[in-house]
Design a protein around this ligand. Structure first.
Ligand code: CU
Length: 424
């Protein structure tokens, strides 16, 4: 049976946050739309909220449910909602990335996402999906308007500005200024085991996460059961989810949960520590919590070790059905190129690429172009391997780092301007 949820996007920027669990379904009540100022780190700014909430509401569904989510955009930016990690089997129209599977929802318009939840169980999440507007309900906070800052950085060819804080449940924790009253404390009962649903909602940062004094048993990642393993520290990539079991078996007290980025390349990241508090019932707020030990920000061996522990559960009930017959081999390198940019500060601009080809934002959704067989929107000759072989992993890279455009009909500046609603 279809279930219908109304979500209203409000305010200046957008934000969203949500989980799919295997619990019962809650119908979100429609909440009157309102612009909302959020304040963190002594700075207030307007942000987009969903149903007036920051972070947005949680949606609980059962496996097998069909969901209809009616998103109405009352913000002044065009945007869409991406249902991150939900497998949209032959259902691409409901996936949500703007200009990929749909045009963004314009201000004052709505779009109904029709989703079947099949073959997945655990935690997934949703968020706004257009450029850096996806930063709003995310796990990072910028004091300045992030859309403006990113546009300025792009014009100058500079890396995007670092965030001012990571957050946990929208809050940076008491290690930050003006954050005492914005600290999240989770009350727990001694002797119980809790399931924590953890989402890395940062834009680009891999994160370490730990709870002082407590081990975590990883049981599910990205809505797939894993072979359980116990660890003191999690590593979680942006967009990834991890469910863990935690036993409250320590001396009742207050313990910090903490998150900080992992970065072992020479790239500046916001390496401050976000915290929230695990608080045993009955323990007064005046007790100062203990901080967990996190690996050093550049601890490559921790990262390699941790990732080797990730295995699917692979039981008869939950098999890992990996296709073993290969029809066509693809070799795709993901990289950061450097293109010449005469108007940029250093005459160059960083450019993300696959097989040294840069994506250029199209004028209409790619799925739409595919469906209506519209020519000139995308090309179908993406190479099975990089056109020019190079040393893919070693530094320093001295070869020509320039990329090619995936679409000859447009410029990136035009595409960016269109996304901001400046050009049509
Ligand atoms: Cu996503």
């Amino acid at each position: 049976m279809a279930r219908r949820v109304s979500c209203s996007i409000v305010s200046v920027l957008i934000l969203a946050f949500f989980f799919v669990g295997c619990l019962s379904f809650l119908t979100a009540e429609e909440v009157p739309l309102r612009f909302k100022n959020a304040s963190r780190l002594c700075n207030a700014k307007p942000i987009v909220t969903i149903n007036g909430m920051f972070p947005g509401p949680t949606i609980y569904v059962r496996e097998g449910d069909q969901l209809q989510i009616n998103v109405t955009n009352y913000a002044q930016y065009n945007m869409s909602i991406h249902w991150h990690g939900l497998k949209q089997f032959r259902n691409g129209w409901a996936d949500g990335p703007a200009y990929i599977t749909q045009c963004p929802i314009q201000t004052g318009h709505n779009y109904v996402y029709d989703i079947n939840v099949k073959g997945q169980r655990g935690t997934l999440w949703w968020h706004a999906h257009i450029l850096w507007l996806r930063a709003t309900v995310y796990g990072e906070w910028w004091n300045k308007d992030i859309e403006t800052s990113v546009n300025q950085a792009n014009k100058l060819g500079l890396p995007p500005p670092m965030s001012d804080a990571h957050t946990i449940n929208g809050k940076p924790g008491p290690l930050f200024p003006c954050s005492e009253k914005h600290t999240y404390a989770q009350e727990v009962l001694p002797g119980k085991t809790y399931l924590l649903r953890i989402v890395n909602a940062a834009l680009n940062d891999d994160l370490f996460f730990a709870i002082a004094g407590h081990n975590m048993t990883v049981v599910e990642i990205d809505a797939v059961y894993t072979k359980p393993f116990t660890t003191q520290v999690l590593q979680i990539a942006p967009g990834q989810t991890t469910n863990v079991l935690v036993q409250m078996d320590r001396t009742p007290g207050r313990y910090f949960m903490a998150a900080r980025p992992f970065m072992d390349a020479p790239v500046p990241v916001d390496n401050k520590t976000a915290t929230e508090i695990l608080q045993y019932k009955g323990i007064p707020d005046i007790i100062i919590p203990i901080l967990p030990q996190l690996p050093a920000p550049n601890d490559t061996s921790f990262a390699l070790n941790y990732n080797q522990k990730l295995r699917s559960l692979n039981t008869r009930q939950f098999p890992a059905n990996v296709p073993t017959k290969i029809d066509r081999n693809l070799f795709v390198t993901i990289g950061l190129g450097v293109n010449s940019c005469p108007s940029c500060q250093n005459g160059t601009q960083f450019t993300a690429s696959l097989n040294n080809i840069t994506f250029v934002m199209p004028r209409i959704g790619l799925l739409q172009a595919h469906y209506f067989n519209t020519k000139g929107v995308f090309e179908t000759d993406f190479p099975d391997k990089p056109i020019k072989a190079f040393d893919y992993t070693n530094a320093p890279l001295t070869a020509n780092l320039a990329t090619q455009n995936g679409n000859d009909n447009d410029t990136e500046q035009n595409a960016n301007a269109r996304m901001q609603g400046i050009a049509k």
